[in-house]
Design a protein around this ligand. Structure first.
Ligand code: OGA
Ligand code: MN
Length: 299
């Protein structure tokens, strides 16, 4: 039986059924998933009850796996394997993180609109998030379609952002929440990296914005003007018509294209309910500036 693809929204999110990702994938099924992922940018696979290893194996089809940034910190005890980003609210003993826990405060950055790993020179291609425990109230994840948002920009704005390069750093998004608790190894690992503001996706040929709360400065532009432009682009891209909100069910696996979407986690009572979410992330093929044929000097 081949996989089935049913749209959730007309062009952005779809549900993929009749597949057990705990089993090896046939090449036909993988091809159907790739085709759906080129058309839609968010895929939901319900009822996936697999091990972390199967989850990582599925992600390996899409590129080299990233390692969790939490591992940079030597005083942090990891709950999950190095290739798995822990985006829940649990500590290494599966207890709810205390209100003042550094990891909890750091994870609050996921509540801001962002795309994963745009603060890395080679950013993410796709993220694959599994919902193991879901709070009964809140904790949805919202996704914004940056291809549709690009298409809807005024022509003058498209011309204005063509060839612009923004600096992305995880410290920029965390600073927005007043979080600055980074040690020297983290500051070194998190130095700003250049990323294009608009990109063409090689598989679909579509243009997309490439923005996130990690973006701060824009090269060759005054800081206040850059901030105003990035804020305006994020506000434009997150209007309701570009957004799909996912209400999780236990064992949903959701896969999104980090090249052309933003996402954010929604509020929930994280001192009361457990939310166990595990993310495997595949890297893109190269830096975005290189992909767009822009030569960018190191800063
Ligand atoms: C992520 C993320 C938001 C959420 O997994 O990268 O930002 O709702 N998640 O957990
Ligand atoms: Mn994220």
């Amino acid at each position: 039986m081949a996989v089935t693809v049913q749209s959730i929204t007309p062009t952005f999110a779809a549900e993929v059924g009749d597949v057990d990702l705990g089993q090896p994938l046939s090449s036909d099924d993988l091809a159907a998933i790739r085709a759906a992922f080129t058309q839609y940018a968010v895929l939901v696979f319900p009822d996936q009850t697999f091990s972390d290893e199967s989850h990582l194996d599925f992600a390996r089809h899409f590129g080299p796996l990233e390692t969790s940034i939490l591992g940079v910190r030597t005083d942090h005890k990891m709950r999950l394997a190095a290739h798995m980003a822990d985006v829940g609210n649990l500590d290494a003993d599966n207890r709810i993180l205390a209100k003042d826990d550094r990891v909890r405060l750091y994870q609050l950055g996921n509540r801001l609109w962002h795309t994963d790993s745009s603060f890395k020179r080679v950013p993410a291609y796709c993220s694959i998030l599994h919902g193991r425990s879901i709070p009964p109230i809140g904790g949805q994840t919202e996704f914004a379609d940056l291809r549709a948002a690009y298409d809807a920009l005024p022509e003058a704005t498209k011309r204005r952002i063509d060839g612009l390069v923004a600096e992305h750093s995880l410290m920029t998004s965390r600073a927005k929440l007043g979080f600055t608790d980074f040690d020297s190894a983290e500051r070194e690992a998190l130095r700003p990296v250049p990323q294009v503001l608009a990109r063409r996706l090689p598989d679909s040929g579509r243009m997309s914005l490439y923005i996130a709360s990690h973006a701060g400065a824009i090269r060759g532009m005054a800081d206040d003007e850059a901030k105003a432009l990035i804020d305006a682009l994020i506000a434009h891209a997150t209007q309701r018509q570009f957004v799909y909100g996912h209400r999780w069910r236990v064992n949903d696996l959701v896969m999104w294209d980090d090249r052309c979407t933003m996402h954010r986690g929604m509020d929930f009572d994280d001192q009361r309910y457990k939310r166990d979410m595990r993310r495997a992330t595949a890297s893109d093929v190269g830096p975005t500036c290189e992909q767009m044929g822009l030569a960018v000097a190191a800063e």
